[in-house]
Write a protein that binds this ligand. Structure first.
Ligand SMILES: O=C(O)c1cc(=O)[nH]c(=O)n1[C@@H]1O[C@H](COP(=O)(O)O)[C@@H](O)[C@H]1O
Length: 224
């Protein structure tokens, strides 16, 4: 099985992202570039990171009216990302149009409930039910809309897998045992997420903020 770890290169500085990516080469299966990197470096930055030769997960979390999201998707097709995120709460039509606009080799996945939110946050933004209910509801909607999979926390990935057998499951909010949670509220270990059916393990600070990112990546890899 190929390495499921995608390291989140969460920095606006291209040279830092390149250095980090090179330091963990061989111990991760892919590279995730998010909003802070893309806003600062755009297509040029993605092309530079692509030279390393690993699959690119472009985490832009698109969330707008269907026409705008579809046009944004068309504008990034030239980058041929392996994975792109949209917010599942943008609705079925938005997700259908996003998938229709994406390149044939790009997996489009719907973010269900951010891993930085817990039950209390859900209530404050008007969502009913538990994180499990929300993830299941949006997993079903993402499947109906023709997406490839979802993003959810490791707490829900097992249940989501049961309702969507051949879905593609991206799981962030991962922390090694005793790791600092930071702003993440629904965390599990990388191993637990993998055992529950995660297809991709998104790991940022436990690797990138470590004194030695290479040995952090290696020790997480060894737990899988
Ligand atoms: O779509 C994501 O990747 C994502 C969704 C989510 O619910 N939670 C979440 O943390 N992420 C991303 O996963 C990464 C987690 O980083 P760390 O908390 O540093 O491991 C960040 O790049 C987030 O943008």
């Amino acid at each position: 099985m190929s390495n499921p770890i995608f390291v989140a290169l969460d920095t606006p500085i291209l040279d830092n992202a390149l250095e980090l990516a090179k330091s963990v080469e061989g111990h991760v299966g892919g590279l995730k570039l998010g909003l802070e990197f893309f806003c600062a470096n755009g297509h040029h930055g993605v092309h530079e990171i692509q030279k390393i030769g690993l699959p690119i997960f472009l985490d832009l979390k698109l969330h707008d009216i269907p026409n705008t999201v579809a046009k944004a998707m068309q504008a990034i097709n030239v980058l041929e990302p392996a994975i792109v995120t949209v917010h599942a709460s943008g609705g079925r039509a938005m997700m259908e149009d996003a998938k229709a606009a994406a390149g044939i080799n790009t997996k489009v996945v719907g973010v269900t409930l951010l891993t930085s939110l817990d039950q209390r946050d859900m209530t404050s933004i008007g969502y009913n039910g538990s994180p499990h209910d929300q993830v299941e509801r949006l997993a079903n909607l993402s499947a109906e809309a023709g997406l490839d999979g979802i993003v959810c926390s490791g707490n829900e990935v097992g249940a989501a897998h049961k309702v969507w057998k051949d879905g593609y499951f991206v799981v962030p909010g991962l922390r090694p045992a005793n790791g600092k949670a930071g702003d993440q509220k629904r965390t599990v270990t990388p191993r637990a997420a993998r055992d529950d059916g995660a297809s991709v393990l998104v790991i940022g600070r436990p690797i990138t903020a470590a004194e030695n990112p290479n040995s952090a990546a290696r020790s997480i890899e060894a737990t899988l």
